[in-house]
Write a protein that binds this ligand. Structure first.
Ligand SMILES: *Cc1c(COP(=O)(O)O)cnc(C)c1O
Length: 369
């Protein structure tokens, strides 16, 4: 048996007829940007999240960057970001000229630790930018309470959490605004780069509709110095074909996660994902931790089981931030995670047999078969 870490073809196969129809609709219309498919997708996605507005953009990085731009965040401002996460979140802040201020994770959920945000606060802090990492929301009740007390904006990075819930409310509706990615491997993925912003702030939504299109909603009338960050009609049409399947596909991920949790309990020093009672995760990734991560990864590779590390280098130690003054030891929890986390195969088209095969070889590695 072979278990790749990611295979996008089965999803295309399952929805081939719908995707073909979406393609034909756009070809027949002859309209390729800022048209009816985008408008329809924006309405459908906003409804699925429970937000009043959705603004389609080119990708998840620019979704967050555009929100920060729209809020006037820039040089001299600080944005609190997770020390453990994907570098795109930090880049969205850096591209505005503001400074990302890393906050260490909760060691159980790996998400931004609401207890520690206070340590990152300064008179320059404008925004808290939690990631709902690996498909599980951050503790938004406490993050929002802190933000309210200190007059801060909360921007969610919802790139890994399509359909995830926090106390019954969907990711993307839990802060002031959310940046979403539809990168092909996400739980809801387009067939190329794509992204969106969700918000229930009408004025912010209107500004974002300008900012994604050179600062203009009416041709040649430019209200702001905007970007070119549009979600194409074709990708919007593909996303409309896929959105109705999101809940079913997330449920399949959930069943596989349950299977992993059952079969891997007690294997070696393996630490399994922990889910607080208020969280409903969508298992974008299934991430385990062990002090013997690299040998485990090699053991699984020898059995043709694909794994990945999300993420091997914490952003503060990446070359991209070499000039920012951080050094090894500054964010010990993020550094420890980077050395211990391993993502096992999960997805709507991974089979129960494949998960059983992975579990067998993980247990075998720890001598607890
Ligand atoms: C994928 C991802 C992004 C970036 O999205 P793109 O569409 O690739 O720009 C940002 N943050 C997180 C947590 C992601 O997983």
């Amino acid at each position: 048996m072979k278990v790749p870490i990611l295979d996008l073809k089965p999803a295309c196969d399952e929805l081939r007829a719908d995707l073909d129809a979406a393609y034909r609709r756009v070809m027949d219309s002859g309209w390729l940007l800022l048209g009816r498919e985008l408008e329809a997708f924006e309405a459908e996605y906003a409804a699925s999240v429970g937000a009043s507005h959705c603004i389609g953009v080119a990708n998840g990085l620019e979704a967050m960057q555009l929100v920060l731009m729209a809020l006037g965040v820039g040089p001299g401002d600080e944005v609190i970001v997770p020390s453990h996460g994907y570098i795109a979140t930090w880049l969205a802040v850096s591209h505005t000229g503001a400074r990302p201020i890393p906050c260490e994770p909760d060691p159980c959920t790996y998400n931004l630790d609401a207890e520690r945000i206070a340590d990152c606060l300064s008179p320059r802090t404008r925004v808290i930018l939690p990631i709902h990492l690996y498909g599980q929301t951050a503790d938004m009740e406490r993050i929002n309470a802190f933000a309210e007390k200190h007059g801060l904006i909360v921007l969610e990075d919802a790139a890994q959490s399509h359909g995830a819930r926090c106390r019954g409310r969907a990711a993307g509706s839990l802060g002031h605004a959310a940046g979403v990615s539809f990168y092909p491997s996400k739980n809801l993925g387009a067939l190329a780069d794509a992204g969106a912003i969700t918000t229930s702030d009408a004025a912010l939504a209107d500004k974002l509709r300008h900012l994604r299109n050179y600062g203009s909603k009416v041709r040649y009338q430019n209200e702001y110095q905007g970007m070119n960050s549009r979600l194409s009609e074709l990708q919007a049409a593909f996303l409309r074909a896929k959105l109705p399947h999101l809940d079913t596909w997330n449920a399949r991920r959930g069943a596989l996660a349950e299977r992993y949790l059952r079969q891997l309990a007690g294997a070696g020093d393996l630490i399994l994902p922990s889910v607080p009672d208020w969280a409903t995760p969508v298992w974008h990734l299934f991430v385990v931790r062990t002090s013997r991560r690299d040998p485990l990864q090699r053991h699984l590779a020898a059995k043709e089981i694909g794994t990945q590390i999300h993420y091997p280098v914490p952003p503060h130690l990446s070359k991209a931030y070499a000039g920012a003054g951080w050094k090894r030891g500054d964010f010990p929890l993020a550094e420890k995670m980077a050395g211990e986390v391993l993502s096992l195969p999960i997805g709507p088209h991974v089979t129960a047999d494949q998960v059983d095969y992975v579990c067998e070889h993980v247990r075998d590695f720890f001598g607890s078969a």
